[in-house]
Design a protein around this ligand. Structure first.
Ligand code: PLP
Length: 281
């Protein structure tokens, strides 16, 4: 049986429910966070808890639980669901109130929902061995993509376009012609000169926790890393390309819009970074 956690109670996943006037449901007035779980441990726990606090602060939603309490709930949820390898999903909305765009005048209690699911990391390894295809799409999101809100409709539509094009991810391109990021991943290339490029952590992208860890890994490996935007043309001209996220770690990208990158195989720096990251995790 699967279990979820909603507002202080563990319940059967199928029975888990929130109110119809929850502001997360009504307005996407909610933030979320995702941790990978490997061998029963949360990966990059500090980074994800830190980003959760920042997202909540940016939206002025009070922290529903302190970190030790949240960690306790997560451990119990993983135990009840017997998960050692998978992911934990947490969503916190501003709470439930009579529908009105402005924040409720009286303080309300945030809604907290936690679920988890098993993941087959062998499938991710297999994907990493061959590399994946991406397409490019216009970035049609709002101006605060650095906040991890559940307002994901443009990301959903972008991902669906990728799937329908036979690709795995969509790299979004801003109005100036620069790639921002994927629908749920950060984008990277290795230039012909061997420099690693990933967009600067501005308001145009989610500040990926894996992205930050890969910058550290790359620096430890003595690689040259520059945080700046690059175009689809730069990516097509690159020596390697890859994407990062909590659940896909480091995944090689071998084609963009049906054009093969370099020799069409995962690059050696990409593979070295994946190994370094997983070795440290
Ligand atoms: N960019 C977007 C839009 C995302 O949704 C995610 C993850 O969900 C990422 C990047 C990668 O972030 P992280 O490495 O913290 O999983």
């Amino acid at each position: 049986m699967r279990f979820a956690y909603v507002n202080g109670r563990f319940c059967r996943h199928g029975d888990a429910a929130i109110h119809v006037e929850d502001r997360g449901f009504q307005f996407a007035d909610a933030v979320y966070e995702v941790w990978s779980v490997r061998n029963g441990q949360l990966m990059d726990a500090d980074g994800h808890f830190g980003r959760l606090a920042r997202s909540l602060g940016e939206l002025r939603i009070p922290e529903p639980r302190c970190r030790p309490a949240l960690e306790h709930i997560i451990r119990e949820l993983l135990r009840r669901n017997r998960i050692r390898d998978g992911l934990v999903y947490l969503q916190v909305s501003r709470g439930q109130a009579r529908r009105d765009h402005a924040f409720p005048k009286k303080p309300i209690t945030p809604t907290i929902v936690l679920t988890c699911k098993r993941l087959d990391f062998a499938a991710a390894d297999a994907r990493a061995a061959t590399g994946i295809a991406v397409i490019t799409v216009p970035d049609e999101r709002w101006a605060r993509c650095d906040i991890k809100t559940v307002n994901l409709l443009p990301n959903v539509l972008a991902k669906q376009m990728a799937v329908e094009a036979g690709a795995v991810e969509a790299w979004q391109v801003d109005a100036d012609g620069f790639i921002t990021e994927g629908s749920s991943t950060n984008a990277w290339i290795v230039t012909k000169a061997g420099t690693l490029l990933t967009r600067q952590a501005d308001h145009g992208i989610l500040h990926g926790i894996t992205r930050a860890r890969i910058i550290e890994c790359a620096q430890r490996l003595g690689l040259d890393v520059v945080e700046r935007a690059f175009t689809p043309e730069d990516a097509l001209d690159a020596r390697e390309a890859f994407l990062t996220s909590a659940t896909s770690f480091v995944t090689p990208v071998v084609s963009i819009d049906n054009h093969v990158i370099a020799n069409g195989e995962p690059g050696s720096l990409t593979s070295a970074l994946r190994e370094a990251y997983l070795g440290e995790a």
